[in-house]
Write a protein that binds this ligand. Structure first.
Ligand code: FCB
Length: 465
């Protein structure tokens, strides 16, 4: 069984995590630059100042993707690189970088999928109130317009926000991500409302300014649950319910916004979910009918980042495998997640991120052996294929990540890449999983039964690029 024809295979990254060149060619600061400077915030005091130096090495990185036959690449544009003050004057060299990157991708036959915002909010705008300031809605849609005008003669696939649950919730409530503030619920919900409005306004800006007919989506967290026993209807129902309920609050620094419906119900249905309105009470911002209309812009696809799920059911589950970052390995998340999301929201889905952090290093033989990542992807793709076979409209799968990179508060400790990066030398080494993923793509997901071990032979001397 293969995946549907035209299924999109890709790999994903984000600007702050890979670009580096933080102080070059007129880039403004983002809240992540500010956050990284604060002692104790990021593992070992790491920063994104150099990261994968992709800003200078993008041609090489694109050529690796080309050699692997990766057909699509999801990357993000750095707002402060394009608009150093967040609004106003465009930084021409910064914008030109994305122009060159898009050209390079297209020349290599790789389809660009552009995320407008993947967490690197302009510091200058943070100083003007950030997402708490309602003007942020227009700041963002103006920025979207600049990018769309520059790239939409070639780019057709657009995503507005990556994981608002994280940059609002972790950034403004639990404070573990930039800007690192521990506001109360009222402020966090206000920021969330502005982000939702900015999403809607930017969808409008994309549609109004795009040269080529755009395909527009977003990439929220898929905070989904799966049943312990899929043959048990009560477990399935409990998992469905949990997938669309707010999580119980576990403490003052909890991220109460880590759920699906507070974000997706407004975006798709134009209303906040009842249980949230009840739970958050008078912390909920005043939202006019016009606001809700603006938020609920028609989307062409629902992108979703799914790494794992909670597993819900009558029978408790004792123990489960975990990744290096201690995230549970629950491949069924790529069956139940898309299935539940499709049932509720009815939009075509794209898996915009899925992957794992591994304990990967370059072996004495010069290669990076990551059988667990291969097994992880294989198991997840098997579930995704089953989900599609059961009638769920899933259009693509983007692996997180193309490269090992700056993993936010975890610094460079976590390695999510198909390609190993030695951060001291910037040398790229293809992991076994990169070669294996190339096979997956080539066969459109017809995974060989003995999928776990990479094929030996002609790839032998190509590990080091
Ligand atoms: C997601 C983020 C992405 C990366 C992966 C591991 O939450 O969108 O930037 O950090 O997790």
């Amino acid at each position: 069984m293969a995946f549907p024809e035209n299924f999109v295979w890709g790999a994903a990254t984000s600007a702050y995590q890979i670009e580096g060149a933080a102080n070059e060619e007129g880039r403004g600061e983002s809240v992540w630059d500010m956050f990284c400077r604060q002692p104790g915030r990021v593992h070992e005091g790491c920063t994104g100042r150099t990261a994968c130096d992709h800003y200078h090495r993008y041609k090489h990185d694109v050529s690796i993707m080309h050699s692997l036959g990766i057909p699509a690449y999801r990357f993000s544009v750095s707002w402060p690189r394009v608009l150093p003050a967040g609004t106003g004057g465009v930084n021409a060299p910064g914008l030109a970088f994305y122009d060159r990157l898009v050209d390079e991708l297209l020349t290599a036959g790789i389809q660009p999928w552009v995320t407008l915002f993947h967490w690197d909010f302009p510091y200058a705008l943070y100083c003007r109130g950030g997402w708490l300031n309602r003007e942020s809605v227009e700041w963002f849609s103006d920025y979207a317009q600049v990018v769309v005008r520059a790239l939409s003669d070639r780019v057709t696939h657009w995503l507005t926000f990556n994981e608002p649950q994280c940059f609002v919730g972790f950034g403004h409530l639990s404070g573990v991500h930039a800007p690192g503030v521990r506001h109360g619920l009222r402020e966090a919900l206000l920021a969330a409302h502005h982000v939702l409005l900015a999403h809607g306004r930017s969808v409008q800006a994309i549609r109004a300014n795009a040269v080529r007919s755009p395909c527009v989506g977003w990439a929220p967290v898929g905070a989904v649950s799966a049943p312990v026993d899929p043959a048990e209807p009560a477990d399935v129902e409990a998992a469905r319910h949990a997938s669309f309920a707010l999580r119980p609050l576990e403490g003052p620094s909890d991220n109460a916004l880590f759920n699906t419906t507070w974000w997706a119900d407004p975006v798709v249905f134009g209303r906040y979910p009842e249980d949230g309105l009840k739970r958050f009470g008078d912390a909920v911002p005043d939202a006019t009918a016009d606001d809700m209309k603006t938020i609920a812009q028609p989307l062409d696809f629902y992108g979703v980042n799914i790494y794992s799920s909670s597993v819900i059911g009558a029978r408790a589950q004792d123990g489960h495998p975990v990744t290096a970052l201690k995230w549970p390995v629950t491949p069924q998340c790529l069956y139940w997640g898309p299935r539940f999301l499709f049932e509720r929201y009815g939009l075509p889905l794209v898996i915009t991120e899925n992957g794992m952090s591994g304990i990967d290093w370059v072996s004495l033989d010069g290669k990076v052996h990551d059988p667990q990542r291969i097994d992880f992807i294989a198991r997840h793709l098997n579930e995704l294929r089953r989900c599609i076979a059961d009638g769920v409209d899933v259009r693509g799968y983007f692996h997180w990540s193309l490269l090992d990179n700056f993993e936010w508060a975890e610094g460079y400790k976590e390695r999510f890449g198909l390609i190993h990066v030695d951060f001291a030398t910037q040398k790229r080494t293809l992991k076994d999983s990169a070669y294996w993923f190339a096979e997956v793509i080539k066969t459109n997901g017809k995974l060989p039964a003995d999928h776990v071990w990479p094929r030996r032979g002609n790839g032998e001397d190509k590990h080091v690029i």
